[in-house]
Design a binder for this molecule. Structure first.
Ligand code: MN
Length: 207
């Protein structure tokens, strides 16, 4: 339990042009500086003076059905974007190694099949939302998608688990560069995935 509000609007872990040409500089500037910042500001406004201010973000999300919809939308937007930024890096991509690689192959038969299913989850999310790779409470990997700013931590999610990798498929994540071609953005996303970070999240989630 925190005694004071320490929710942080974290700096991007790389420069605005670090993910070029896959995710362009202008998109990153607006997405982080305007969209993410607005979720953060609105989240802060929604919890000001309430008991939620002293709660941990994970506890808030896991008990989200107890709180107003502004907390769900903006707390989700605050968390999801930080998780998205940290799951990418310059010169990312390739494929995971070690335990995470083994688990992906075991769950999806191959890394290519995993990519196909995850991409499909992003392509078929109607409207705005996110595609996720998560670990369920039985230690099994699964792919899901969530609408709006929901995520698999939320107690009202269709499939609940600990998120490991996320892809934003809101239009604001790709429209300036890819316009209506969401599948092209999804193909490009694989070039910036930070697999070392995803592997770390997997190790942490297992323990
Ligand atoms: Mn977004």
């Amino acid at each position: 339990m925190k005694t004071i509000n320490t929710f942080e609007f974290k700096a991007l872990p790389y420069s605005y042009d670090a993910l070029e040409p896959f995710i362009d500089k202008l998109t990153l500037e607006i997405h982080y500086g305007k969209h993410h910042k607005a979720y953060y500001d609105n989240f802060m406004a929604a919890i000001k003076g309430t008991e939620i201010e002293s709660m941990d973000i994970m506890d808030i999300l896991r008990n989200i059905s107890n709180f107003p919809v502004a907390v769900r939308n903006n707390g989700g937007g605050y968390f999801n974007h930080t998780f998205y930024w940290e799951g990418m890096k310059a010169s990312g991509g390739g494929s995971p190694t070690g335990k995470l690689s083994d688990a992906i192959i075991k769950s999806f038969t191959s890394f290519d099949e995993f990519k196909k299913q995850f991409s499909e989850a992003g392509k078929t999310r109607f409207g705005s939302g996110w595609a996720w790779l998560s670990l369920d409470d039985k230690g099994k990997l699964f792919i899901s998608s969530t609408p709006n700013q929901d995520n698999p931590l939320m107690n009202l999610a269709e499939k609940k688990g600990t998120p490991l990798l996320v892809m934003d498929v809101w239009e604001h994540a790709y429209y300036l560069k890819y316009q209506n071609k969401r599948p092209d953005y999804i193909d490009a996303f694989w070039n910036v995935v930070n697999w070392e970070e995803v592997a770390k999240r997997y190790e942490t989630a297992l323990n």
